[in-house]
Design a protein around this ligand. Sequence first.
Ligand code: ATP
Ligand code: MG
Length: 392
Amino acid sequence: MFKAFLIKYAEIGIKGKNRHIFEEVLCRQMRHALAEVEGEFSVTREMGRIYVRTEGAFDYDGAVEALKRVFGIAGICPVVIVDDTGFEDLAKAVVDYVKEVYKDQERTFKVCARRAKKTYPMSSMEMNSELGGRILEACPNMKVDVHEPDLFLNVEVRQNIYIYSETIPGPGGMPVGTNGQAMLLLSGGIDSPVAGYMIAKRGVKIDAVYFHAPPYTSERAKQKVVDLAKLVARYSGPIRLHVVNFTEIQLYIYEKCPHDELTIIMRRYMMKLAEMFARQDGCLGLITGESIGQVASQTMHSLAVTNEVCTMPVFRPLIGFDKQEIVDVSEKIGTYETSVLPYEDCCTIFVAKHPVTKPNLNIIRRSETHLADKIDEMMDTAFRTAELIEIS
Ligand code: ATP
Ligand code: MG
């Protein structure tokens, strides 16, 4: 029955004269998402509205699912479009719509007619009452409630006439590509894919870096990260994933530094390297899945010491989330099942039994002086030899 969708968008409505840029990016992202779906779709902007129209048969559920992943969409309204062939035909189409969509359900409703085409021979008020009357006659279970109806039956007269009442919630946020680019530190865990999702939701294009430590971390652990990047990319669009061989650096830190400081020093080098890739890719910040107090390396003291090596802003969208709240988002976006697959993402020999929870920056810096001989060269090698995987 539905051959089109009216797309409602959220915050991008309030961007003043930049609005058309946001709308264009949104249309582009919608086309991109629908390219995967069976059917012919056209996405158009018309008088401050965005429509998806279809030609011939199409995968309705697939189209809705694809649109539900496009940031910037607040709501997806399936629309019936009819030609303007006189009021009697319209009234019949509206009654058919109500019968079809609501079957014999008991609902209160209100008709909201709008005329963009002012030459239409009836006023909106007349249309409201006339159409309301026809629905009451044809559907005995429906009742009018003009104050708090269960459903608003929208009838918009334009070149054609649009009938719709249902709104499927979209993901909200802003279209990816309207807010610069950032580098996600993506591990195989639960948190970082969620962090990437949340920043992409604000319109930021995402690139990613994964620190791999073969043979201590397996090929399957790497594949898991690639799979997670693909799942995030369903929302964020293409991701350039840099896979860095971190083994030498980790072993060197292990050899030279106190073991209770390993994690914190390792994290400082991860951030430094991530920033090198970020700069190369034109990113404006880093993204991590850290949350205050979750583990020893995420106490306020540890975060301060880790952050100290960065010159770019580090975005930590999960900083105030409890683990369960993060799990809830990961389930909602579909990364949870992959995240909990059992492959190690960080070699156990590199984890101290009693890591420092209140590292002191001066002490950490002093420990790092033991790395002075080779670390710059190792960083350079890790940067130059990283593998680039284009996730689309
Ligand atoms: P996650 O669930 O995202 O793995 P975590 O709870 O395991 O997080 P940590 O291992 O302390 O926490 O990592 C904190 C953050 O550092 C991660 O969210 C991620 O952004 C980054 N990170 C950790 N390990 C790696 C890695 N091997 N490659 C890339 N980024 C990493
Ligand atoms: Mg982890």
